[in-house]
Design a protein around this ligand. Structure first.
Ligand SMILES: [Zn+2]
Length: 221
């Protein structure tokens, strides 16, 4: 049986977490991808009392009921993940109470020891810089990160469309996203760090080097 690897990726907005998640999905074919953002968007498409409430929260701000995220995650794992399938958690456990439940569930599944908690570490200043300077294609919506050779792009690398700043990448919105990380996510990171289970990867390198370091941490070449 091939080795099963479960990965939980965390990092500030702008850390390149999404890019690394894509690379991991490409590398470990068949891995089950789990992001709470996607779970909430899926739920919002249903026609139930809870979905209507979620639609309202997504449109007007406010908070979903605390434990919905964890309930959706466990439900999804329970109904979908096969015996031989790894799981990629894309920045999902944000509060310590969530981390404890999901961690306990993974332990119960016998997956605690092959679950890697990875923090893609970039400073707040670097994250701010990347978020305020990254661009989006006006034509196809391709998001161009502000790292490495992407900084030199004059037009979209997919469709040659014109590039612009994303409308919600304004200072207040960026600071809100970064504050959220400081206020909530850091607690979860501490939870794993205190147990000596946190793997810190230097996120202030090229995309390729970050990925290499992640593979090394997973015991891959
Ligand atoms: Zn484009």
């Amino acid at each position: 049986m091939p080795k099963i690897i479960n990965v939980s990726l965390t990092g500030r907005s702008g850390s390149g977490k999404g890019t690394q998640a894509d690379l991991l999905m490409e590398r470990f074919k068949g891995m089950f991808y789990l992001s709470t953002g996607d779970l909430f968007r899926d739920l919002a498409k249903q026609d139930t009392a809870t979905s209507h409430k979620i639609q309202k929260v997504l449109a007007e701000g406010g908070l979903p009921f605390d434990d919905i995220a964890v309930a959706l995650m466990i439900h999804n794992i329970a109904y979908n993940v096969k015996e031989e399938q790894g799981i990629l958690f894309d920045g999902v456990t944000r509060r310590v109470s969530e981390a404890e439940i999901v961690d306990g569930f993974m332990d119960w599944l016998g997956r605690r020891d092959n679950t890697f908690h990875i923090l893609i570490d970039v400073s707040r200043d670097e994250a701010y810089d990347r978020l305020s300077k990254r661009r989006i294609c006006k034509e196809c919506g391709n998001l161009i990160p502000w790292v490495g050779e992407f900084k030199d792009l004059k037009v979209c690398d997919k469709c040659k469309g014109e590039l612009m700043t994303r409308p919600d990448d304004i200072p207040d919105a960026i600071n809100n996203r970064l504050d959220y990380f400081e206020e909530k996510v850091v607690q979860t990171i501490d939870y794993y760090e205190k147990q000596g289970r946190l793997i810190k990867i230097n996120g202030e390198q090229s995309i390729e080097d970050v990925f290499k370091d992640i593979l090394k941490a997973l015991g891959e070449k």
